[in-house]
Design a protein. Structure first.
Length: 463
């Protein structure tokens, strides 16, 4: 009967086969050998004999893929590995400058890291020489659409703010507690005999000699869908240099490689670039230091991003690389926006991210004062049949300009104008040569230097 037939519209249609979601992929959390640990000493230690205990803390978080494995603040312990004798020529030059206890080079090794949860990890490290004082340099690019009046107004505001900040810092230094301790350290530094200490705040870079395992983590295809895509424009990538770059040896086109030290996320908090992704660039300007105290210049630019091996392997296992449109390498434009260096390097970043070494303005004052003291010590006047020579205060100051405290005491005890004149002339000539005639300083970015790289969209030249 027709009424018992199934209407054509209600007939069962063939169903598409159900696709089971891919199982999460397991990613090992491993820190490879050669990964640097940035450690700051938090206790004073004397450099006297090998075996002296060194105590410090991790000042930069270490990531494996997208996980924190060694958090900032973890405790690192080590020891003084060796102390090298001072070479003969260096000791002679130190004696000539009134320093009878020249600084000895030493090696430090860190043996263990204690995490915040109490776990203690034995490590083997290779440690670079310590840096007594580290500064963070930042470039401040001006907006292109800002008119001249606006720029002048902002520059005036910036100068006033800078002057206020310098005055505030100077006042803080004068009123901060520990003035007697700082005075004592200054007087000890002028003494010809003094002990060598490792001061709190000194930073070391300790490279791991063997990999560290921290287990594994699981990630789904959805969690890794954005891996390999472009970061948000104007975002900042934290990285470290793989090898040293110096204005003395680099030329235009010299390759530069950096490694991400922190993962990069999208605005929706999806992983874009895991840690250990590589940034590839080159030197676009290099000027070596020259005579007459002309300093070096260096500028690098990053042009390509390469996703880490762990991310590529994970995407291959999940078979989502085509869906996520992730690529192993992609073009970028990246300039230096920040760098962490030794304060003694006297480095400066310009608005375009170029690095320059600068000279302190006090070199004019110190050189002029040394010349003035030398001239004052040699000055004599004939009055009433007698020759009036320089007083003991002038002779002592002239001797101090040549050999510091030793020269000052020698000039005071000798009571001889020729001795004071000779020591003062030596100090003046040394100051003139060191500040105006010698070779300038090169820009050196050591291996593992922390960098802040500003990311921008690729342009024609970069491609």
């Amino acid at each position: 009967m027709v009424s018992l037939c199934v209407p054509p519209s209600l007939a069962e249609e063939p169903r598409a086969p159900e696709v089971e979601p891919a199982a999460p992929v397991t990613i090992p959390l491993t820190i490879s050998a050669g990964t640097p640990l940035r450690i700051a000493v938090d206790q004073r230690a004397r450099i006297d004999h090998p075996g002296e205990v060194i105590h410090g803390k991790i000042v930069e978080t270490v990531y494996a893929f997208d996980q924190v494995v060694i958090p900032e603040g973890s405790v690192a312990t080590g020891h003084v590995k060796s102390i090298a004798p001072v070479p003969g020529w260096q000791r002679t030059m130190a004696y000539a400058n009134g320093d009878f206890t020249p600084v000895r080079k030493y090696e430090v090794s860190f043996d263990s890291v204690t995490l915040r949860d109490g776990r203690q990890l034995p490590i083997t490290t290779t440690v670079t020489p310590g840096t007594a004082e580290v500064v963070r340099l930042v470039s401040n690019p001006a907006k292109q659409n800002q008119d001249a009046a606006g720029r002048a107004k902002n520059e005036a505001k910036g100068k006033r703010a800078e002057a206020k900040e310098q005055a505030h810092e100077s006042w803080q230094k004068l009123t901060a507690p520990g003035k007697m301790q700082r005075l004592k350290e200054f007087l000890v530094a002028q003494s010809p005999y003094r002990r060598q200490y490792l001061q709190p705040g000194t930073r070391f870079v300790a490279e791991l000699g063997a990999p560290l395992e921290f287990g594994t983590t699981a990630r789904t295809g959805e969690q890794l869908a954005a891996v390999g895509s472009e970061p948000v424009p104007d975002s900042t990538l934290n990285a470290r240099l793989v090898a040293e770059v110096s204005s003395a040896t680099a030329t235009r086109g010299t390759p530069v490689t950096a490694v991400l030290t922190e993962p990069v996320y999208s605005p929706t908090h999806q992983l874009v670039l895991p840690a250990n992704s590589r940034l590839i660039g080159q030197v676009v300007k290099a000027q070596a230091a020259r005579k007459l105290h002309r300093n070096g210049e260096l500028r690098v630019i990053f042009e390509r991003i390469e996703t880490s091996e762990e991310a590529v392997q994970a995407l291959a296992q999940l078979n989502v690389q085509a869906e996520a449109k992730a690529e192993r390498s992609q073009a970028m434009v990246g300039n230096l926006e920040g760098v962490e260096v030794d304060r003694r390097a006297n480095m400066h970043l310009d608005e375009e991210g170029g690095a320059h070494t600068t000279d302190s303005k006090t070199r004019y004052l110190s050189t002029g004062l040394a010349v003035l003291l030398a001239a004052a010590a040699s000055h004599s006047e004939v009055e009433r049949g007698t020759t009036e020579t320089a007083g003991p205060g002038v002779r002592t100051a002239a001797g101090g300009s040549g050999f510091r405290l030793t020269g000052a005491l020698l000039s005071l005890v000798a009571k001889s104008t020729p001795v004071s004149v000779a020591i003062g002339a030596y100090g003046a000539s040394s100051s003139i040569y060191a500040n105006f005639l010698s070779r300038g300083r090169d820009v050196v970015l050591p291996k593992d230097t922390p960098l802040e790289i500003g990311f921008g969209p690729p342009h024609t030249k970069a491609q």
